[in-house]
Design a protein around this ligand. Structure first.
Ligand code: NAD
Length: 480
């Protein structure tokens, strides 16, 4: 017997979206120099939410000048424990306004309210709390006895975790005494602009945080600005490589958090029901728009059929639809462009002979949607085993021996995450040693904590964010 769910929509009354937003420079919202604007839309309905100012190079320059002045005159002179108090204040305001942030993020991004409410926003606040505590203890961060900030940091973030990526970037930068010019992604600027209001509410000295909205050209102007001391970028590997080339020889330091194609390895002694839950959260969390998603499932051959049968049964229960409904598991794809990309790579799976399966599900007519999908019979050479799809699509491969699992898992240009499912502790430790991935989860997946460093090997990036390692990257001499 199946029970129907009644709709449980979250009210949007708590958010107050302006018809138009300016740039946040030197503590104020200001108009951009040109009159160009762009729309941000709700990907679940395609309705325009707001018009956003488009920052050109001259606007980026104003933001950098404001950040430099705040750095020289105020922030670098402030006692560390005073800096810490501002971070605590920001963290508390984010908690107080958590519901507002969650609803706004769901509207602008398309991710389910269950995730923004329970994961994105609480974790973002946790990053500010964690780093607030570090502000006066930097001598212990691993960057020598007299750790010094870089100065002005340019930060560029993607659309998949807009507020959380902002927190990963802004909290350590401020705790270490840097000032910031941040550029959110063009499809998800609204929670960054709400964060600007939080900075005002917290009485943060003007110019310490500046937010410039725009696209790749705006990001490029920030990267190439001569008065930027460090770049912190999260996004695609292609753009990351371009940034590495642009700053080579300039003396700017950088952390780059890029793409991934995480292997989730299931050994035949794994607890199968628990493993199925881990696989589902590994690939369908945030519509699979997750750099560290477990997008390649490697299953030991003798448990493949049983596991896939249970997985299909579980995936059939995933609820796809209105992201503001509290029962929704899988929300909207963030943009038409991302949906086209998911469709294109997935169709290569069909063309290359893999077997596609999706449960019966009715997708809404308006907005951008893709059903939860698995491909079985995937081989290592297939595009869907090699390229990041960044959507709710799982590629399933098999292996016979533990060594074959490791070889297949490492057969990728990426190296961000991996998962290991087995009841044997010794096998977990053995596998973790062999896997070339920055984060390895054992009998769980997609768990995040501000105290835990996160980052990649190979084409997944340079440097770490989070924990003491992430902090050191914002201090001179701290990058390793
Ligand atoms: P993207 O690289 O297209 O864009 C990311 C940001 O960079 C956006 O703000 C964009 O405007 C800006 N940008 C684009 N071109 C630029 C340029 N030439 N110079 C400077 N900035 C530029 O990536 P995306 O599609 O927004 O995000 C998805 C990608 O991000 C995926 O590959 C995903 O794996 C990756 N990601 C990585 C992590 C991580 O921690 N490793 C976390 C989240 C997302």
């Amino acid at each position: 017997m199946t029970f129907e769910y009644s709709p449980a929509p979250e009210s949007t009354a708590i958010v107050d979206i302006s018809a138009q937003y300016g740039l946040f420079i030197n503590g104020k919202f200001v108009a951009a120099k040109g009159s160009k604007t762009f729309n941000t839309i709700n990907p679940a309905t395609e309705k325009v939410l707001s018009k956003i100012a488009y920052a050109q190079a001259s606007d980026v320059d104003k933001a950098v000048v404001a950040a430099r002045s705040a750095y020289t005159k105020v922030w670098s002179k402030m006692a560390p424990q005073e800096r810490g108090k501002y971070l605590f204040r920001i963290a508390r305001i984010m908690q107080e306004r958590a519901r507002e942030f969650a609803v706004l993020e769901t509207m602008d991004n398309g991710k389910p309210i269950r995730e923004t409410r329970d994961i994105d926003v609480p974790l973002a606040a946790a990053h500010f709390f964690y780093h607030a505590g570090w502000a006066d203890k930097l001598k212990y961060a691993g960057a020598g006895d007299n750790p010094r900030p870089h100065g002005v940091v340019g930060q560029i973030i993607p659309w998949n975790f807009p507020l959380l990526m902002l927190a990963w970037k802004v909290a350590p930068a401020l705790a270490t005494g840097n000032t910031v010019v941040l550029k959110p992604a063009e499809t998800t600027p609204l929670t960054a602009l709400l964060f600007a209001e939080v900075c005002q509410q917290a009485g943060l000295p003007t110019g310490v945080v500046n937010i410039v909205t725009g696209d790749g050209a705006t990001g490029s102007a920030l990267v190439n600005h001569p008065d930027i001391d460090k770049i912190a970028f999260t996004g695609s590997t292609g753009v990351g490589k371009g940034i590495a080339r642009a700053i080579a020889g300039t003396g700017k330091s950088a952390t780059l958090e890029l793409g991934g194609k995480g292997a989730n390895i299931v050994f035949d002694d794994s607890p199968i029901d628990q493993t199925v839950e881990g696989i589902v959260s590994g690939i369908f969390f945030n519509q699979g728009h997750v750099c560290c998603a477990g997008s390649r499932l490697l299953v030991q051959e003798n448990v493949h059929d049983e596991l896939i049968e249970k997985l299909k049964r579980r995936i059939s229960q995933i609820r796809v639809g209105d992201p503001l409904d509290k029962n929704t598991d899988l929300g909207a794809i963030n943009s038409a462009a991302q949906l086209a990309r998911i469709k294109e790579i997935s169709s290569s799976g069909d063309a290359e002979g893999a077997h596609r399966w999706s449960p019966e599900c009715t997708l809404p007519e308006k907005g951008f949607w893709y059903p939860p999908t698995i491909f079985t019979g995937v081989t290592q050479a297939n595009r869907i085993a090699q390229e990041e799809i960044f959507g709710p699509v799982l590629s399933v491969l098999t292996f016979r021996t533990p060594q074959e699992a490791i070889d297949k898992a490492n057969n990728t240009p990426y190296g961000l995450s991996a998962g290991v499912w087995t009841e044997k502790g010794s096998r977990i430790l053995w596998a973790a040693k062999q896997l070339k991935a920055g984060v390895i989860w054992a009998n769980t997946f997609n768990k995040f904590d501000p105290a835990s460093p996160f980052g990649g090997y190979k084409e997944s990036g340079w440097g770490r964010e989070g924990g003491r390692h992430g902090l050191a990257a914002y201090l001179k001499g701290g990058e390793k």
